[in-house]
Design a protein around this ligand. Structure first.
Ligand code: CA
Length: 511
């Protein structure tokens, strides 16, 4: 794609008092913008230029909303950044009005399908993976050892199985298991074991003396076909016996998984988790709105999409509450925000702890600006349900799955919610990859997708220059989602085999 070389700044609404420099090399001091503004200093790509003179205390508007207040007089044409804007207070939760939105029947989208693995419980997998769940950190070493052995020695005999994944973590013992917050990591592990890509074949390795009993990780629907092995079982003599016993169990599950075949499934069986990480000022202009458009298409097709990251929606919650399908959902949204406000407060922090040096380097001055761009990935559909951390989704449509914004904690909780495909939007770049579900990485700017040509799956950057519309790019992403879900195409991290560890969210105490 040829990026235009003439000066380009992007203003989202007519009220905005700042615009974003789109040119990949930034714009030098003295540049005259199309509307006659002359830049009084160099402004890097993604950063903001003042479109009007601002007095100290004046609101700075982007996306038509206040992202902060000038803390010093700012002249038209100068650089507006985290040093010249002060952070406004978050929207007060008890003052957000709610009236149920008018029920508008979504324009249904029919005829879109993908090739997936249908499970007995009705869910659909996009990969065929043997998942080995663990109840405690003590067994992580042997689980990694076993996974390598299975990959090397067993998988060649089960050609329909894509991979084996050991779900190891640091939870399970040395924990206050009866503390109310312990339910979060426990249900996260239990629900991940039931991820659609594992095909209902649940295999758990425990030690034997841990607080988290492996039986608690079995589904409520019963444990037929599930298997648990304790390393401390007295029939096992040494490491060799443990390995043999685990391999025997694994083979039983592999035989069943090997019989799975892809069948044509409606797009309504998609469960797509959306997350951003390493965001920049383009994320809210390109990557997130494009993903939001694709989210609307999935919802129109009867499928499920969720967005997450509490600290990145907190400052836009007044825009989300009115989209709640009913008063219960509106309240649940506010409750999740309040829970997190309190969680941060206990650690003597607030939502401003979110925004990294990289976010700021990419032009995002503060959490308000970041949140206003972040929520664009939710599209425009009504929010039908709110899912607490570690819980599974209950309804099709657009869900809010409450999670921290930390990439791997969010991804882990989205896996627990039941996602079978992940869309990850990035501006600064991250080699993020998960081994349980395909992760489509969307770049917010073309400079990144060109530099990281073998790590980025989809470039939303052309939208910034009007070379593609959000709709066109959103349709392209939707089609890519169907291809990836079908196994017709592979995401970059699956081609390379590049995967991050999962990270549990444990708000409870250790002992
Ligand atoms: Ca994130």
């Amino acid at each position: 794609m040829d990026v235009p070389t003439n000066p380009i700044v992007i203003k989202t609404t007519p009220q905005d008092t700042v615009a974003i420099v789109a040119n990949p090399q930034g714009l030098p001091r003295g540049t005259t913008l199309p509307d006659g503004i002359v830049l009084s200093e160099d402004i890097p790509m993604g950063h903001k230029v003042a479109l009007t003179d601002l007095a100290a205390g004046d609101a700075v508007l982007r996306y038509g909303h206040v992202i902060g207040y000038a803390n010093t007089p700012v002249k038209r044409g100068s650089w507006v950044n985290e040093f010249t804007i002060s952070l406004p207070p978050p929207p007060p939760l008890d003052e957000i009005p709610y009236t149920p939105p008018p029920v508008v029947a979504a324009d249904p989208l029919e005829g879109y399908t993908f090739e997936g693995y249908r499970n007995a419980d009705g869910t659909v997998g996009t990969k065929n993976v043997l998942g080995i769940t663990t109840s405690v950190q003590c067994v992580a070493g042997i689980t990694d050892y076993i996974c390598q052995l299975i990959r090397r020695e067993l998988l060649p005999r089960y050609p329909n199985v894509d991979d084996v994944v050991g779900f190891t973590h640091s939870y399970g013992c040395g924990i206050a298991i009866d503390a109310p917050a312990a339910i979060v990591p426990i249900r996260t592990i239990r629900n991940i074991a039931q991820n659609p890509n594992f095909g209902g074949e649940i295999m758990i390795i425990g030690l034997g003396c841990e607080k988290l009993r492996p039986e608690r990780l079995l589904p409520d629907t019963g444990n037929s076909g599930s298997s648990i092995l304790y390393l401390q079982d007295e029939s096992l003599e040494g490491f060799g016996d443990m390995v043999d016993e685990i391999l025997t169990l694994a083979e039983k599950h592999l035989q069943k998984l090997n019989q799975r075949r892809r069948t044509t499934c409606p797009a309504s069986d998609l469960v797509v988790g959306m997350q951003c990480g390493g965001s920049d000022a383009f994320s809210g202009l390109t990557g997130n709105p494009v993903s939001g458009f694709a989210a609307d298409l999935i919802v129109r097709a009867g499928g499920t999409v969720f967005f997450s990251e509490v600290t990145e929606v907190r400052d836009a919650i007044h825009l989300l509450v009115p989209r709640a399908a009913d008063a219960t959902v509106a309240q649940a949204l506010k409750d999740e925000m309040a829970w997190y406000d309190n969680y941060l407060m206990q650690g003597r922090a607030d939502r401003s702890a979110n925004t990294t040096p990289g976010n700021k380097g990419g032009g995002l001055s503060n959490i308000v600006e970041k949140a206003l761009g972040s929520v664009a990935k939710s599209g425009t559909s009504p929010i039908v349900d709110v899912v607490s951390p570690g819980d599974k989704i209950r309804k099709k449509g657009l869900n809010f799955v409450a999670t921290p914004a930390s990439d791997f904690v969010c991804g882990t909780l989205q896996l627990a919610a039941g996602m079978n495909l992940h869309v990850f939007i990035t501006g600064r770049g991250t080699p993020y990859g998960l081994n349980m579900v395909p992760v489509i990485k969307v770049s917010s700017n073309t400079r990144l997708s060109q530099r990281w040509h073998d790590l980025i799956d989809f470039d939303a950057g052309p939208v910034a220059f009007g070379l593609k519309t959000i709709d066109e790019s959103g349709w392209d992403l939707f089609r890519l989602i169907l291809d990836i879900a079908s196994g017709r195409k592979q995401v970059a991290t699956d081609k390379i085999g590049l995967y991050n560890d999962l990270v549990l969210f444990n708000p409870g105490p250790l002992t």
